[in-house]
Design a binder for this molecule. Sequence first.
Ligand SMILES: [Ca+2]
Ligand SMILES: [Ca+2]
Length: 356
Amino acid sequence: MGRRACSVGFSIGIALSSAACTYDFDEPFSKPAPGAGGATGGSTTGTSASGGGGHGGEQCANGADDDGDGLADCADPDCVDFECVAAPPLGWSGPSPFALRQDGAQCPPDAMPIAGGTMPIAADASCAPCACDALMGGACGMPTTDMYMNSFCGNRLYTTLTPSQPNQCEPFIAADATSGALGADVPVTAPPSCAASGGALDAQPPAFAASAVVCATALATGCDPGQVCVAKAGSSFAACIYQDGDVAACPRGYGQRTVVYQGLDDTRACSACACDASSATCSGTTNLYSNSACFGGPDGVVVHGSGLCVPFSTQKSQVAFEYVPDPGPQGSCVASGGQVTGTVDPLDPVTVCCAD
Ligand SMILES: [Ca+2]
Ligand SMILES: [Ca+2]
């Protein structure tokens, strides 16, 4: 049995594609809803970037004048932890505080964290071995027996016996020179099957090598043209600009490049277990009698498929044979499958470029 493809994402309002199921990661980062960040005000980590709520009730990254003094965000002197800086190059957002491997780091209230991590860890995965139950079903056909005119079943074929049904005495007219019998293989007329089991995936949940968070403050306002209102980076954060996608080169002055992925697509699974019953065989014997009623013990016993020529010398023309099948088909299945397929791939990259 396989495992569904899964995606793991952080709840940041960005839809993840092909998310057949979702892992719940412990979310180490604050996630204030846009415009409602004041609810988490005060849960700081003592960095200068954490005081998003200004003095006097002004929230500093929501684009609004919250305390009614006519000044919004960076324009409001209450927002001591925010500042106006030169706007980033075209196509980039920020600068915003960025933390890498800073578990528990809190973004300023009203910031919209872009949380994720760097490259995924190649977690171990294995499949339980595939196994096959005993053979079920199938059917065997009637084997022929060739009667030869010499005792070593050479090329002097006299006749071929074909039973009409098993366990039935069937007379035939023997030639005087009949002296050897060779039984053909018993055919498998309907292949049997086996129930497969095993193949379950045993895998560690996917994880990032390092967690990361960008404290996006894209809504903040209150600066002159050509500038943007941003949270000041602190000791736990670097000042960085960012852009959706995996951008190969960072702008001048922001040369520290990190690609943050916002989710992981886990398509690991096990290939289906299968059972091959093609090696199953049928068997049986044909008893040869020197009378036409299969009376008494047989005068020759042909084991089908053995390749052994059975002496059967008779001067009587009225003889008989009886095919006695073994239960079948018999044998065992060969299991296959149970191989790990799929990968863990990062989703939704954001390129973060931090100041040199
Ligand atoms: Ca505000
Ligand atoms: Ca204000």
